[in-house]
Design a protein around this ligand. Structure first.
Ligand SMILES: *[C@@H]1O[C@H](CO)[C@@H](O)[C@H](O)[C@H]1NC(C)=O
Ligand SMILES: *[C@@H]1O[C@H](CO)[C@@H](O)[C@H](O)[C@H]1NC(C)=O
Ligand SMILES: *[C@@H]1O[C@H](CO)[C@@H](O)[C@H](O)[C@H]1NC(C)=O
Ligand SMILES: *[C@@H]1O[C@H](CO)[C@@H](O)[C@H](O)[C@H]1NC(C)=O
Length: 676
């Protein structure tokens, strides 16, 4: 109770400070566009409403301007980078001190497999096509076609970048069609995104969720600060706003799971204007609903990440081999602009942006993109069914994640990156409905919070235009060999239920000091293990210890000074009244692994391990302040001869030292009796 009160109080103080900032930086002399309340009325009028002026396109030699009376945007042509956004009295929302290719752009990060060099390709278009130009819609295409003869600094993809402005709409859409034809050379593509860099003098307040919003440092504040163990983490030693003095900034502290990464952006307090990235669907993102990625960060920068290796590792790089053809549509995403009057609370812009996100989400799939590669609602299908889970007893699979992803193997969706995925969650009775599925062939995958393991329906599902596929009742049988003797944690693919320490007070992001739920997003928690366990490693006694306080959230290496990190061994002590015939089983579920190896020994540290994971994982969740990366599950046989009546010890060693960022996060561990 007390804790919660403190938290509410801390949040209130924080909000009060923010409001003070916003009010005190407001300049009463600025001119506010009289149209500033248009968004309230435009809700009630469908696109094309004659209440709004027609959309107008002006084409010049090296740029185009699209204006719908609410805002106007300038796009360099034929490169297709956004150079200006004029809205609500702000001449350019984008940072016009940056070059014209560094304000609003698409890019990919790729390599040739025979050459390890990373290349950043800003996908500069070579040809402008006006796809639609009428009073209700302007849609532009900036294309670049790949040819064998061209310089090899271009990724071997045909690129079609689209921008769409609708009548009466306070923002614009962008989507991209990427294609490779048969026979093209091998390529690895690691990351694809759309980026906007805003005026740093204007946009100082960032919002990623209701809880995660704050005044942000500027790019210069970071430049003047002190980089820590990696360049993304900077201690703000000389920030322009003294409120930020001594705080830590790292863009990875604002990461979000795909399923929650639907709206984020920035607020300018004078004039009160918001700039928001709305991603209305995850169908084009890779690796399923809990893949994490960046959102917005100091700069000010706003991203929509379409695919990346973040929190997953190199497995998520898209590998093209043997001339395989490929095509995929990324987006559309909606860049939403909103405003209120100076009398209104600028923070209401966030509330309005969330509402807009819901409206955009509800109108997915959109009915306006002028591309046959983007199927409309009537061209899609749906899959429904009910999922039960049969562990010891049969139960409804509640809040289970159920998804369609390209055909693969059990759990393969979490590293799948070439196709489309469609996920939903079951209701309290296990029912699910997956709507708006693109025609194609899929496997149906699922996992159920509270149970280990993955589910996959045995045969391939063919979704056609207009399909309504009923799957009936599906039953997930999680791995289990015998009754539970003991368990540690909750099988939910995160380490969130374990002990997350207080951060080092000199390396804090104050945002996370006021909220216990995401306190894992602080910098440097890896070194708190050594602070908490200075001489002896963690020992957990089943029946006595409590995993919420006695199980550190990550199996960390020990800092022995001089940047030296050595492996640690955790001990689980447990009593057995007697040992019965047959094999016992350890179910070992990991929520993350980074260049790590977990070895298990039973009752004798001097013998060779009964099990090793081998070297696994590249998700980097420890360094990136995640509470999970990718999921790993092992069922380990324990011979009954290795156990004894009385006290037993299980030793868990993460054998790979040398760095604070190598290690694992446990999701859940269970010891089972032999099968009955
Ligand atoms: C490209 O992505 C890789 C993997 O995420 C990263 O290590 C590298 O720094 C990136 N390179 C560029 C040029 O952005
Ligand atoms: C694109 O727009 C043209 C002209 O309005 C229309 O004839 C065509 O059907 C549209 N195509 C798609 C795929 O929307
Ligand atoms: C720290 O490590 C470096 C490199 O391994 C070594 O040269 C140096 O002597 C070490 N310093 C101390 C105080 O141990
Ligand atoms: C017990 O586990 C060992 C080691 O994995 C295995 O070889 C053996 O077949 C198992 N015995 C039974 C009865 O499952």
């Amino acid at each position: 109770m007390v804790k919660k009160k403190d938290m509410i109080l801390a949040t209130k103080i924080f909000v009060a400070v923010l409001l003070h900032f916003i009010v005190s930086t407001a300049d009463s002399t600025s001119s506010i566009n009289t149209q500033s309340n248009h968004k309230r009325t435009l809700r009630n009028h469908p696109r094309g409403s004659t209440l709004y002026p027609p959309v107008q396109l002006q084409v010049y030699d090296d740029h185009v301007v699209v204006d719908n009376g609410i805002f106007s945007m300038t796009i360099a042509s034929p490169t297709g980078t956004v150079t200006g956004i004029n809205f609500n009295g702000i001449e350019n929302i984008l940072n016009d001190r940056n070059g014209i290719s560094d304000r609003g752009y698409w890019d990919v990060n790729w390599s040739d497999p025979s050459d390890p060099k990373d290349n950043l390709d800003k996908l500069a278009g070579k040809q402008l096509d006006v796809i639609v130009n009428d009073e209700n819609q302007v849609e532009l295409s900036f294309k670049r076609l790949w040819t064998f003869s061209q310089e090899n600094n271009h990724v071997s993809l045909n690129i079609d970048k689209r921008f769409v402005v609708l009548r009466g709409s306070s923002g614009f859409y962008s989507y991209g069609i990427f294609e490779r034809l048969k026979g093209w050379p091998d390529a690895n593509v690691y990351q694809g995104r759309i980026v906007f860099k805003l005026q740093d003098k204007l946009f100082r307040y960032m919002a990623v969720s209701d809880e995660r919003q704050r005044i942000m440092p500027t790019f210069e504040d970071r430049e003047k600060g002190q980089p820590l163990d990696y360049p993304e983490a900077v201690l703000l030693t000389r920030p322009s706003n003294s409120f930020l003095q001594g705080e830590l900034d790292d863009k990875y502290q604002y990461s979000t799971e795909n399923k929650d990464n639907r709206v984020h952006g920035w607020i300018c307090s004078d004039p009160p204007v918001g700039f928001w990235m709305i991603t209305p669907s995850n169908e084009f993102r890779t690796a399923g609903p809990v893949k994490q990625d960046l959102t917005s960060h100091a700069g000010p920068v706003t991203l929509s990440m379409f695919f990346s290796t973040h929190y997953a590792g190199i497995d998520l790089g898209i590998k093209f081999r043997d001339g395989e053809p490929w095509k995929k549509v990324f987006g559309p995403v909606f860049i939403y602009l909103n405003s209120v009057t100076t009398e209104d609370d600028p923070l209401s812009l966030w509330v309005d942006a969330k509402e807009e996100m819901l409206l955009q989400t509800e109108s997915w799939p959109y009915n306006f993109p002028n591309s046959s590669d983007y199927p409309r609602a009537h061209q899609r299908g749906q899959v429904t069914g009910r999922l039960l889970v049969h562990d010891i007893v049969l139960a409804y699979a509640r809040n289970a994640f159920v998804g369609l992803a390209p055909p693969g193997t059990l759990g393969s969706w979490q590293v799948e990156n070439k196709g489309y995925q469609f996920w939903t969650q079951t209701d309290n009775k296990g029912y699910f409905q997956i709507k708006n599925v693109r025609p194609g062939c899929y496997h149906l995958y699922a996992w159920v919070p509270g149970y280990i393991g993955d589910y996959m329906y045995r045969s391939i599902i063919y979704v056609l235009q207009g399909s309504k596929i009923r799957m009936g009742v599906l039953v997930h049988k999680p791995p289990r060999n015998g009754p539970t003797i003991w368990e540690i944690g909750v099988p939910d693919r995160t380490a969130a239920e374990f002990y997350v320490p207080e951060p080092n007070p000199t390396l804090m992001n104050q945002l996370y000091a006021s909220q216990r739920t995401e306190s894992f997003r602080q910098y440097g928690l890896w070194d708190r293990y050594t602070d908490l366990y200075p001489d002896q490693d963690l020992v957990y006694t089943v029946g006595v210890s409590d995993y919420e306080t006695n199980w550190f959230f990550t199996h960390a290496n020990r800092n022995v000074g001089n940047k030296t990190y050595i492996p640690t061994t955790w001990t689980v002590l447990f009593d057995l009244e007697y040992v019965i015939p047959g094999n016992y089983t350890i179910q070992l579920a990991l929520a993350s692994a980074t260049a790590a190896e977990v070895q298990i020994k039973i009752n004798n540290e001097g013998v060779s391990p009964v099990f090793t994971t081998g070297l696994i994982g590249r998700d980097n969740a420890i360094a990136r302040h995640g509470i999970h990366g990718l999921y790993w599950l092992y069922s380990v046989d324990v011979l009954n001869s290795q156990l004894q009546a009385g006290t037993n010890a299980m030793y868990l060693t993460q054998t790979r030292g040398s760095s604070p960022f190598r290690g694992v996060m446990y999701d859940y561990i269970r010891l089972e009796k032999p099968p009955l």
